[in-house]
Each structure stands twice: as structure tokens, then as C-alpha cells.
Design a protein around this ligand. Structure first.
Ligand SMILES: C[S@@+](CC[C@H](N)C(=O)[O-])C[C@H]1O[C@@H](n2cnc3c(N)ncnc32)[C@H](O)[C@@H]1O
Length: 254
């Protein structure tokens, strides 16, 4: 394929959110408002992900144009499955992976349906999706319950204070000051739109996302970049927690 054919094929699948280097000087989103995205972000936390993923399985939830799925394959992962709820992005990812010669499976699947996969993965990527969800804690619960085998690489847009205060075991009914303090866990609800994007629904502060990760059964092993957390599957706190119809009794907790 000539460079101009490649440019035409890429443009026909656009607009792209992921700026992928397709070779021959063809990039998929050279004018991205965040720069060379997500390459610029990846380079800030790449050191925190195992350099050798030989033999590992990877699930990339909200894979978009496939940047991270391809990157995991480049690190030697045996099996990479990318899922997204938007067929247009899946078409981009399939085209890019095939063109670059990577054997990656891409499926149309919502994060709320990961239970249907019936499989745990050594590495789960859940990057840049949480704040697009109307039910973000449910998504984390389902990931923990059904697909997280060990490592989860997580990223969210964060807004508000970066302070994190220790969370007490309990607060008295008349204790209210904590709600005013910047380091208390908080989610900001977006009723209309944020950043010209009506699919932004819930934006946590730093304390809020760390609390949500813990509450859904992830321990935080590192934060190599301001928005990126390296998590491990940990015991799920609070016993049954909230019960959802979509949650199966996979852990014998009933
Ligand atoms: C901001 S992009 C992030 C893409 C990529 N993970 C990254 O970090 O660059 C959000 C992606 O999540 C996908 N998405 C939104 N809601 C989803 C859902 N319920 N299940 C799966 N993917 C979803 C969107 O289609 C989009 O591709």
C-alpha cells in the first residue's frame, strides 16, 4: 500500500482518538488536542508495566483505536483481547493491528458485560473509561469479580484537589467537616457536558478514585503518573457489598 493509500484508508475510518504511527509517515490523529496521544501519556508510565509479558493474557477494556492493545502485544503478550462498546473505534483498532501485523482480537463488548467472557486475565487495562460511565463503581466491581486475575492498569481523568486524607473507619452522624475538606473522597457529577463531551458523567478527585479502587477490591501498588494507578486484585472488602443482578456468585459469598 502506498503512503497516500494508507492515508486515505486511515482517514476513511476517522476521526481517530488514538494517534497511531502506521508507518510511511502516516499518523492517525496528528492534530490531537492532547498532542501525540496516548503515546505522550504511555511514555510517562511505560516503565511501571512489566517489560516482558511473554505468555501473559491481556484484556484492554475501552481499547479505542488499539494503542495499548498493540503496545501490550509489542511487549510479548501471548493473547490480547481488546473490547469497546463503539464499533467505529473497533474498526480502527482492527485495521491498525492488521496493518502493523499484530494478532489481536477485538470485540464489541461493554464493560458491564465482562462477566460473559468467563475468563480471568493476567493484565487488565481499564484506561480512560471510568468517567465516561454512568455507573463507574459497578464497572470496577464487575472487573474485579469476573476478569481481574492479578494486575490492573487503571487511568482516570481527575479533577479537584490532589490532597488525600486518611479515611476513618466511621464518622458520627454529626461529623460533617470532612465533607468540606479537599482530601475527602469525592465524585463530581456532570449533568450536561464537560470538555464539550456529554459522555463525561463522573469525575473523581484523587482521594475519590483511590477510595473507589480499594472499595472494589483493588490494592494500589503504585501511581507512576498523575492519573495512572498500578493495581493488584485484593480481597473484596465489605463482604457482599452492593448486590447487583449482573453480579454472579463467583466467590461463594452468598
Ligand atoms: C477516552 S477513550 C480511552 C481509550 C483508551 N483506553 C485510552 O486510554 O486511550 C474511552 C473509550 O471507552 C469506550 N467506552 C465507553 N463506554 C464504554 C463501555 N461501557 N464499555 C466499553 N468501552 C466503553 C469508548 O468507546 C472509548 O473508546
Amino acid at each position: 500500500m502506498t503512503a497516500s493509500d494508507l492515508r486515505r484508508r486511515a482517514d476513511a475510518l476517522g476521526p481517530w482518538f488514538h494517534n497511531l504511527d502506521l508507518g510511511d509517515g502516516v499518523w492517525t490523529a496528528p492534530d490531537h488536542f492532547l498532542g501525540d496521544y496516548p503515546g505522550v501519556k504511555w511514555r510517562r508510565f511505560a516503565h511501571a508495566i512489566p517489560a516482558d509479558l511473554t505468555g501473559k493474557s491481556v484484556l484492554d477494556i475501552g481499547c479505542n483505536g488499539g494503542f495499548y492493545a498493540i503496545t501490550m502485544k509489542q511487549r510479548g503478550a501471548a493473547r490480547v483481547l481488546g473490547v469497546d462498546s463503539d464499533e467505529r473505534y473497533l474498526a480502527q483498532a482492527r485495521f491498525a493491528a492488521a496493518h502493523l501485523g499484530y494478532d489481536i482480537e477485538f470485540r464489541n463488548l461493554s464493560v458491564y458485560d465482562v462477566g460473559t467472557l468467563g475468563e480471568r486475565f493476567d493484565v487488565v487495562l481499564f484506561m480512560g473509561v471510568l468517567y465516561h460511565l454512568r455507573h463507574p463503581l459497578l464497572a470496577l466491581d464487575l472487573i474485579r469479580e469476573h476478569v481481574a486475575g492479578d494486575l490492573m492498569v487503571f487511568q482516570s481523568m481527575l479533577r479537584g484537589s490532589r490532597a488525600v486524607e486518611p479515611v476513618a473507619e466511621d464518622y458520627d452522624f454529626w461529623d460533617m467537616d470532612q465533607f468540606e475538606r479537599p482530601g475527602y473522597p469525592r465524585m463530581h457529577f456532570v449533568e450536561r457536558a464537560y470538555a464539550h463531551d456529554w459522555t463525561n458523567w463522573w469525575i473523581p478527585n484523587r482521594a475519590g478514585i483511590e477510595a473507589m479502587l480499594r472499595a472494589s477490591g483493588f490494592s494500589i501498588a503504585g501511581q507512576p503518573e498523575a492519573e495512572v494507578y498500578i493495581c493488584r486484585a485484593a480481597p473484596v472488602p465489605y463482604g457482599l457489598g452492593a448486590e447487583y443482578p449482573a453480579r454472579a456468585d463467583t466467590q461463594g459469598r452468598r
